[in-house]
Design a binder for this molecule. Sequence first.
Ligand SMILES: [Fe+2]
Length: 310
Amino acid sequence: MSAQPENQKPAVGLTTTEAPFIEEAVKRGELYISQPYDLYSEDNHEAWRRLFSRMVPRWEKYANQHFQKGIASLCLDPEAVPRLEDVNQFLKPLTGFRAKPVAGFVPAFLFFECLRNRDFPTTITMRRLDQLEYLPEPDIFHDIAGHVPMHTDKAFADTLVKFGDCAMTAARRAQDEKDEVEQVRKLTSNIMAMARFFWFTIEFGLMKEKGLPLKAYGSGLLSSWGELEYSVDSPDAQRFPLQLEWIINQSFEIHHYQPLYFVAESFDQVYEQVDLLEKWMLEGKLDNVAPGEPQVSEADLSSFLHADLG
Ligand SMILES: [Fe+2]
């Protein structure tokens, strides 16, 4: 065994699409993993440092007040990639949520089931130092600096749990459907409706609370230096009040700034809309949403069809 010189960090580290530790975990079929903190390279820490320092003034200007309060309560170190166990020490007492390290893609039902159990599947890799702009793949900056501060807020955390309930309902309906063709068709439509609602709220939502200016609360925005400003300030962006029947039928793409954002009034309103989403699902109103993005994969369908519903 060759000894590594002291203080010399591995060059590859835990970098998005270049992390042997993750590749091996995936090969072994492991989804839930540990965070091997010593594997982070100096470049990984430098990427965190640069991303964090340039986001601070943008968060002050454009982030929703619940995010501002949340990120302060997590005591994140601006200088180093966070340890998930440190984050959880601050997060768990507030709402019961925990960041749970994962090796990559989590099939849709498992993702929502984690939320229902107040676990947040968290990517532990870091984007490359020469690619600090918005990436379609999540990384630890997106998940910890973009998502987790919101999980400190009770109404927001309850909304995520409600998404988990909604996924349970979708799985139950699908497993009760005896006609296999109808089963897949309806389930695909239900998953698209849930994914679209999640996208336009949890990932790219804007909020206009009474008496306060327009701000962002979606994690895709809060972890993107360019799009955060664009979403709130640009005259080119379309912004409309949150409307469930529109969102469930609205396609989205992940490789460029969103052309369209939906504005909520409060997290209580978002919660009520997820509750309504579940009701509509039960009434069959989500079985024929408009075609388009996102695509629903075999793995996503299978995760619902084979879910253990207890
Ligand atoms: Fe995300």
